[in-house]
Design a protein around this ligand. Sequence first.
Ligand SMILES: [Zn+2]
Length: 467
Amino acid sequence: MNNSVLRLTLLVLAAFAAIGVQETAAQASLSGDVLSGMSEINEKDVRATISFLASDEMAGRDTPSPELTIASAYVAARFRGAGLIGGVDGSFYQTHRVATVAMPNSDIEFKIDGVSAEHFGVLAALDEDFSFIGSVTEVEIGDDSSAVTFDGAVLVDGGEVSSPREQFFFRRQLRSLKQQGATCILIKVNADSPMVAAAIKATRPRLVNPRQRASLPTLLVSDFDTSKLVSITIPKRRNGDAEVRNVIGVLPGSDEILEKEAVVFSAHLDHVGSQAGLEDPVFNGADDDATGVTGVIKLADAFAALKTPPKRTMIFMTFWGEEKGLLGSRHYVNNPTWPLDKIVANINIEMIGRPEAGAAEKCWMTGWDQSDLGALMAEASDTAGVRIFEHPKFSQMLYRASDNYSFVEKGVVAHSFSAGSLHDDYHQPGDEWEKLELRHMTRVIQGLFVGSLPIANGEVTPKSSRN
Ligand SMILES: [Zn+2]
């Protein structure tokens, strides 16, 4: 045995020790360089990465929010640390400004018989200042009272309303009051009502939702004598804007010709934020989709660690606004930093932390029959002992449900890879990183790495089955 073979053998053994997997016959065919790339994807760093991204301090990474901005700085730092270059004229950020709206938090007035009375905040305001002086009609919600009409302000009892679900249905019931002639709603609550927390949250800028119907000006108040005259002033909603950013890092290809073609690895960084007033207010979005972002970061580490970088250019990307309707990825494909017709595949990663029973260390692709990407990747990932398969239910169901679809709409071969289940914690505060199966997740990321190598090196090119 000569020295270089020995060194390679030691490297291979060290890589296996680091990966912590039993060597299989298939894995023996992986080169030392691939194995050392693979060893970058380890449970230790997966744990470190995911436990930060899904921490309570990230407050559920809502779009827009200061925490989402911090999370994007973290992803950029990791891309920088991996040795990637910024994908937007040298910067890691593709910035964009989005329109926001917030409820007024000052100059609100509530007077009873001319004397200032306590209120607990505004749940809804108009696009113009609102004021009202007159008497108030107390109304029962939930009665079939559509024939009854009012004029002016109404008072309803919100004392029993607690969970976000109850708040949703309660506020939906209030809609009919507008048709019945009400111009303003006062909701009777106690100071510790979760609706008070919702009103505080409403003063934080949120994305304008063009589909949301305007509701009546709505003020939270304590019980009062409705025979008295009230005067109400609710200033208009505060319109503004906020910066959001996709994070983009590039590992240039090593082949003169193939470097012009790119493979895009992506995941969404945003989740749905927090809901004050709940026992656990933070929707951590650990599985959805801090797992995907962790996957993208670890794939960047793995590809960048290869002694010979892939022939094609590797682009690593995280998006804002997926939970608001694929907004960040739509912004990207409409303002691409790489020619879309030179993106040979988008490998989007969604929820890889909580496998279904019997599916540990396996991964499925959405839209399986829309291209041959799954088949190509499955063949290569087998050599790493990770199976990529067509899920009998979800592959079809979820093809249009994530950021890959923004690329599909522009003609790019694009799919999401998932290794999860639609668990009870989906979009709930209980989606915490402690519930993830980190070993499973680590192995799936390794599988995606090895599975995409033939594409990265230009040995194969996925084809859409659409034409
Ligand atoms: Zn998601």
